[in-house]
Design a protein. Structure first.
Length: 383
């Protein structure tokens, strides 16, 4: 493999970060969105879920298309369309139109998931793949950190309209960069494409997909409600709450790289993945017990839970791509990411309803059980 693989990795990471900035930037702007649109907590949960809901129906088709025509056209087309939808969301006239446009943006931009992952997987050898995809997977926390640091002052100055315009610009810029720089990897010995839906018949793929979906439920509950909880319930300023959120993203990015390298050294993705899932459950259960404790106790525990909740995605992503092989990686990643999108779409409104009917502590405690269930499923996957 040539040194151009590092260019591919950089392009894939930046493109994914732009999509992630929108996905995680909406929760960062949640307090302003509630005020501007007069939303209840449950309606806010629907807005936070809209991006994921849009991707549910498009992730697998985007992945199949990437296997057929390559990554460049898929990535560029999807991000350009997402840019248009985010730009229109800046001028949404009400709750319904805002939700609709965010659903469209999420569905269009979801092209980057399978396209960038397939590109990186294709350009790196197995001995480097955990590290490379771990770096690529830092895009979600880095995009989230960028959103957390930049969107609060932007939204304070120009409202959520300004925030959506910035997110639209980032998507458009990375669409252009992907169109200009991505190219197919050299041929390898992987079997020809054949039946592109083979990954959907593989029991290992179902175990990875469902197990990943259970783990991501806890991750999304943390990511979607950190700013709202710390600002609205615990009294931190929006900027301070966003700072805690940004810290989670930055530490999560570092841990993603570390666990990717760890998986390369031990030669398996599943065993580290199972251990991380158990760690997420323990850390989130501790945070749930501390929701009414002093911030000096709660914030460090919640920071650890948030960091661990961001740590595992690269391993699941790598395991999925490797089990499928290069020629079917797009379909496999699209399938696995669809499971994550379903869980991500369900988590915010269900969590909000649970909080309104019980308490924040009970809601976080129930979320903490999900990664344990996911670990139980994935423990059975042959390594």
């Amino acid at each position: 493999m040539s040194r151009y693989r590092w260019t591919i990795l950089a392009l894939g990471t930046v493109a994914q970060a732009a999509y992630s900035a929108a996905f995680l930037g909406i929760p960062v702007m949640a307090p302003q969105l509630r005020d501007e649109y007069g939303l209840s907590l449950t309606q806010t949960g629907v807005v936070l879920a809209a991006f994921s809901v849009g991707s549910i129906v498009t992730l697998l088709p985007w992945g199949l298309l990437a296997d057929r025509i390559g990554e460049r056209g898929v990535l560029a087309t999807g991000l350009a369309a997402a840019s248009v939808a985010l730009g229109l969301a800046a001028f949404a006239s009400g709750y319904a139109s805002l939700v609709f446009l965010l659903v469209v943006a999420g569905g269009a931009g979801a092209s980057v998931n399978a396209a960038s992952g397939r590109a990186v997987m294709s350009w790196f050898r197995p001995s480097q793949r955990g590290l490379a995809l771990g770096i690529r997977q830092t895009a979600l926390p880095l995009g989230g950190a960028a959103a957390a640091l930049t969107l609060p002052p932007i939204a304070e100055a120009g409202g959520t309209k300004a925030g959506f315009v910035v997110l639209a610009g980032a998507s458009l810029a990375t669409a252009i960069a992907g169109a200009a720089g991505l190219r197919e990897a050299p041929p390898d010995d992987d079997p020809p494409l054949g039946d592109v839906i083979d990954p959907l018949r593989d029991a290992r793929m179902w175990g990875l997909a469902v197990g990943s979906g259970l783990i991501v439920l806890a991750q999304i509950c943390i990511m979607s409600f950190t700013v709202l909880f710390l600002h609205g319930v615990r009294g931190l300023s929006t900027a301070a709450a966003a700072g805690v959120f940004a810290a989670m993203q930055l530490t999560g990015a570092a841990v993603r790289i570390a666990v990717g390298s760890w998986s390369d050294r031990v030669g398996t993705r599943i065993k580290p993945l199972v251990r991380l899932a158990c760690g997420i459950s323990l850390a989130l259960a501790l945070s749930a017990a501390l929701t009414s404790a002093s911030l000096a106790l709660f914030v460090p525990a919640f920071l650890v839970a948030g960091t661990l909740s961001l740590s595992w995605n690269g391993l699941a992503f790598t395991a999925t791509a490797e089990l499928a092989g290069r020629s079917r990686a797009g379909a496999a990643l699209g399938f696995q990411q669809t499971a994550l999108a379903v869980a991500s779409g369900l988590a915010p409104p269900l969590f909000a309803l649970l909080v309104e009917s019980t308490s924040w502590g009970v809601a976080f405690a129930l979320a903490a059980t999900m990664p344990l269930a996911g670990a139980g499923l994935m423990r059975r996957i042959p390594t």
